[in-house]
Design a protein. Structure first.
Lengths: 415, 415
């Protein structure tokens, strides 16, 4: 990954994780993700540092500005000159012509940018651009295969199928053994419990052929078991034992997330969801809408941030707010019922809490959040934890918790 | 950064960008962000690769599980043994005792985890944990200062003030020259235009003492000018010239984002906002609520995903939807007016579009999004672009565009 903006913290790298996951699933062992600035010496050092690897994938630094240097540096690393790829220049030119006409940003600036982006290391395979920067597959005798991709995630991901079809990449893939990792997923389980379980299982048998990693994300604990070739059965047995011991917290024995499970079970049962959000402010609705096809099960939602809005749009009685406070289990219930009724949904969700940093009291500190899920057939689920962290953390954990409660209400948890 | 989960793509690294930005603002030159797995040889290689640096900050690998190895590896790198820090163990024990009692996850698993987390390289400064893992500041003669921090962003960020106060870090900071970077921010300006402007300015004068980087994020182009010591005035002059040439697209000459500008101007003018969202599904409301204090200017919003909800909750006439379609400038306007009126807000925003991947037609392809912002004093702003990218991209760009239109309607753009 290159881009000085990634080192000043202005942008978070989206490509490293994405490429790493793709390579991992293809059976590669991903040793390192490295982010360096757009300076020639740092780029070159990063390539040298990876000289022993079979494959190096770079992203970024293919733009039209003078600080975008990746293609040139890779050419230098491999020891070949840069050459103008004329058909590529024409292709990029055609691609930007219409945009240039519409916006008026044509002329010499654009011609120069087009020419720069069509410069290719001699002998490299150039991949058709998704935006305006072509990708490159660069071979060198005795060194790693270098795949050079653009920085915008949309362009990088759009180009990936062409990367896998490029002849040098196909040749490399033919030599990679496929791993079959097992993933388990739990809700509300601390990592220390998994560590203890692994120690106990490890007393009776040798687990060194199974690499186990745990990862807490979106309030869910993912446990990945990756066997060395031949140890697939052992990995399965260990997975079964972990499931057996922590069944009460099991979300999925196949690694599915709450979001994935919801996207399956809600349409399968013909259930729809409506939200009444205060502190999450639309984050829950947005999370539900993240997936294609969500219109089949998301009825809609109200962000009732002010007390007046809670009353006017979701029918929360003003007296209830006066008596119990806007952050109370009573109001969470009224938000859930109000949302369910207004949108005619099967499941209603109410979330109201103190996201902070101000507004906390002794009785209702920052992080105190009330949840309620009610269903058309009369089920009611409630929670009112004090969640840790910053304003952003509290809103995200609230969204996680609400998603989990919807899944529970929909009957989507294993037993 | 360590953590095998970062290499399988399960998690996106949040700490690298955060730490990089902090260090950059302290005047450090950040050369590299490196993500490696929890394997001893990879961790050690990463430390060796950084042996020439003045400062190395690690995050992650301090957890209670056997795959968390960072403290041990750093001790080995520096050449000192690990020792049990008994007061630290007692502190961690007290911290987890109440949680253990409540959840029932106490006992030997937890005691073992507590002991492991209290092991410290001899001679290191241990920093009080925010969660259960202490941070470490580890000195070594002739090598880099190593700061070892926990992986959860909340814990890492919470510990940062203590890092800066640790004596070895203070001593290092005293030697770092402060840079004074200039940031400009534009909306709707391609990078190629900045490249051309820099080439033109560069013909008349030598710009080598000013490092210029551009970065496109949330539909905004940030241009950072970082002068070498002594070149501050040159950086200011170049910044002024860039502003002069691209004033029509200028968002802020101080680098402020649309979100920051909105959070200032809306409360200053006493303006409130209400949203009527379809394809963004709550993402716009959530973005407005991101900031502390947003209750002063966010009235609320409706996620009207279905046609029935548009009519029932925001008063969009069913005949209008039948005649023009749910994705139309007319419906965007009705969503904006409906939201503004229902919530009694000064500014109403309507967003309706085809987020995809399905649902596109020739006349209204995937990415076609209609925006409307209306104000209580009768102003109307509209847009209906075709936005590129995936479902997620389209929803994010729609949110960016809507935020920008709100800023324009609030009179918050420079002239």
């Amino acid at each position: 990954m290159t881009g000085s903006e990634l080192l000043t913290g202005a942008v978070r790298d989206a490509n490293g994780p994405w490429v790493a996951r793709e390579l991992f699933e293809l059976g590669f062992e991903v040793v390192r993700v490295e982010i360096v600035g757009d300076r020639p010496e740092d780029l070159t050092a990063a390539l040298r540092h990876a000289a022993d690897f079979a494959l190096v994938v770079t992203s970024g630094g293919l733009g039209p500005t003078a600080d975008d240097l990746t293609a040139e540096i890779v050419a230098g690393f491999v020891g070949v000159p840069m050459e103008l790829d004329e058909p590529m220049r024409d292709l990029i030119h055609r691609r930007v012509a219409r945009w240039a006409q519409r916006t008026g940003f044509g002329g010499p600036a654009l011609d120069e940018a087009t020419r720069k982006q069509a410069m290719v290391p001699r002998g490299a395979t150039a991949l058709k651009p998704v935006g305006t920067a072509p990708g490159l597959v660069v071979r060198q005798p005795g060194g790693p295969l270098v795949v050079v991709l653009p920085g915008p995630p949309r362009e990088l991901q759009g180009m990936w199928p062409a990367v896998l079809e490029a002849e040098p990449v196909r040749a490399l893939l033919a030599d990679v053994p496929r791993a079959e990792p097992r993933s388990l997923r739990f809700f509300g389980l601390p990592e220390s419990e998994i560590a203890q379980t692994l120690r106990e299982i490890g007393r009776a048998r040798d687990l060194s052929a199974v690499e186990v990693t745990t990862c807490l994300r979106r309030s869910e604990l993912e446990v990945d078991l990756r066997p060395l070739p031949g140890a697939e059965e052992l990995a399965d047995e260990v997975a079964e034992e972990i499931v057996e011991r922590h069944r009460a917290n099991l979300l999925s024995a196949e690694g599915a997330t709450t979001d994935e499970l919801l996207a399956t079970i809600l349409p399968a049962k013909g259930l729809t969801v409506a939200t009444g959000e205060s502190c999450t402010g639309g984050m829950l609705a947005s999370r539900l809408v993240d997936r294609a096809g969500s219109s089949a099960y998301v009825a809609g939602g109200v962000v009732a941030y002010s007390n007046e809005a809670k009353t006017a749009l979701l029918g929360v009685p003003a007296e209830m707010i006066a008596e119990h406070g806007a952050v109370s289990p009573e109001v969470a219930r009224a938000l859930a019922d109000g949302a369910r009724e207004r949108f005619g949904a099967a499941i209603g969700v109410g979330v109201t809490g103190v996201a902070g940093p101000g507004g906390g009291t002794e009785a209702k500190p920052v992080g105190y959040v009330c949840f309620c899920v009610t269903t058309a057939d009369g089920r009611v689920l409630t929670r009112d934890p004090v969640l840790p962290g910053s304003r952003g953390d509290i809103r995200e954990r609230s969204t996680d918790t609400a998603m989990h409660l919807i899944l529970r209400a929909a009957g989507g948890l294993p037993r």
